[in-house]
Ligand binder design. Sequence first.
Ligand code: MSP
Length: 494
Amino acid sequence: MKFYITTPIYYVNDKPHIGHAYTTIAADVLARYHRLKSEEVFFLTGTDEHGAKVAETASKQGLEPQELCDRNSAQYQMLWDRLDIANDFFIRTTSELHKKNFQEFLLKLKDADAIYESEYQGLYCTGCEKFITEKELVDGFCPLHKCEPENIKEKNYFFKLKQFLPQVEKLIDSGEIRIMPESRRKEVLGLIKQGLEDFSISRESVKWGIEIPFVKNQVAYVWVDALTNYVTALEGDDFQKFWPADIHLMAKDIIKFHALYWPAMLLAAGLPTPKTIFAHGFFTVDGQKMSKSLGNAIDPDSLLDSFGSDAVRYLLLSQFPFGDDGDVKAGNFVIQYNADLANGIGNFASRVMAMAEKYFDGSVPEKDFGFENEIKNIWQEYEQALDKFQIDKAVEAIKKLNGFGDGEIEKTKPWELAKTDPEKLKKVIYGLLEAVRHLGIMIYPIMPQTAEKILSMLGQEDWKKQSLEELKEWGRLGPGTRVKKGESLFPRIK
Ligand code: MSP
C-alpha cells in the first residue's frame, strides 16, 4: 500500500504562522500514522514562490525576489525541523526541477487543445492571487485581505475549465474524488451549479513567474504553477508509484482551486485525479482568520520556546474538531498543557514506572490479560478516527486510554495491594505497564519524541521493527524486561 499526502505550498512573502503549522503538523500526523501501518508514504510540503505578492513584498524590502524566496523558504524549513515534520521532499517552485516539469505539464495542456488566447479584464486581489468578482467584495474590499483589488486588462492564455467541469462534477458525485468534510463537498458542488468561467493561466503584467514555453513576455499565473507542484515533485519512478495523491490537505480558503481547477487541469493533461481533498477550518483570533496580512498571527517559534515541539503539535491539533473553525486563545495553552500533558499523559506514565521500580525493582512482572478488551476497543476508535482523518477523535481515544489507566490506579490502589495482595499487585502493574506501552505507540504520530521516550523507558527501543498489528497485541511487553522511570515527560508550567 502507498500513501501520498500533501500540504499546500506556502507563500514566501512572509514567515510562517501557526495556521501554516497547523496544516503541516496534521499532515505529518497522518503520514506518521500510515508509516506505522507499514505503508509506503510520500509526504510533500514546500513553498510557493512566484507571483505578484512575492515580487511586491521583495521590492518593498529592497530585495531581489529570489533573495526573499530563499530567506522565507528557509524560515519554513527551519520551523518544520523544529516541529519534527518528517516530510519526504520539500518542493520550491523556483527550483529547476519544478520549472522543467511544470513547462512540460503546460505543453501537455496545449497539446490537448485545452488552452486558448483571449483578452481579460477584471478585478485582481494580490493578497489572494486571484481574480475576484464585484459580488465577492465587501464595501469595495476583498473580505479576506481587507484591501482594494486592482483593475487589470491583459491579453492572457486561458484554460478551458468549462469544458472539463461536467467530468469533474461526475467524479465528485460518484465519490471518485472525495471532498471532505461533507460541508465542503456541498460547497464545491454549489460552485459548479453557479457556473464558473474559464480561467487565465498566464499573466502579462507580472514578471516574477515561470515563462510560458509557447509565448514570449508572459509568465504562468501563480496558481497554475503552484497546483502542479503535486506532480512536478515526483520524479521518475516516484510518479508511477505515488500518483494520484491519496490526500491533498489544506484549509477551506483554497478548496476551489484544489477541488475544481486542479482536477480539471489533470483531466485535460490525461492524468488521474486526486483521491481525497480535505479542507480543515481556520484558526481565528477573536473571530477573524489569523493571517499575516491582518497582523494577528501567533508566532510558532515563541510557542515552541515555551512548550517544546511535541506539546505544540498536541496543543494545536486539539483546539477544535479537525475540519471546523476555532478561535484560539493563547492563554488556554498553558491550562491545557498542564491538564492533558503534565497531569495527564506525563503523570500517568511516571506513576506507573515509579510503581514498577518500587514494587518490582524495575522488572516487568508476569503477564496478565485483565485490560485486553478495553485497550482493543480504544485502538479501534483510534484507528477508525485516523482512517477518516479525524485527528481530534484520535486525541479523544488517547485521552480515554489515559483516563482508563488513571482510573485503574485509583480503583485498585496498588499501594494497598502491596501490603495485602502481592499476587494481585503483579497483575495490576503488568496491566498498567502494558497500558503505558499502548499509550506510547498511540501518541507516536502526534508526539513522536515523547513516544520514543516512553517506549525507551519500557525497554522497547526496537519497537519500530514490529508491525502495527504486532504492536497492538496485548502482552507484547515481556516479563522480566527492565523498565525505568526517566526524566519528567511534561514538566508542569506555571
Ligand atoms: N500558495 C497558496 C497555496 C498553493 S497550493 C498549490 C497559499 N498559500 S498560503 O501561504 O496562503 O497558505 C494557505 C494555507 O495555509 C491554508 O490553506 C492552510 O493550509 C494554512 N493556513 C493559513 N492560515 C490559516 C489559518 N488561519 N487557519 C488554518 N490554516 C491556515 O494559499
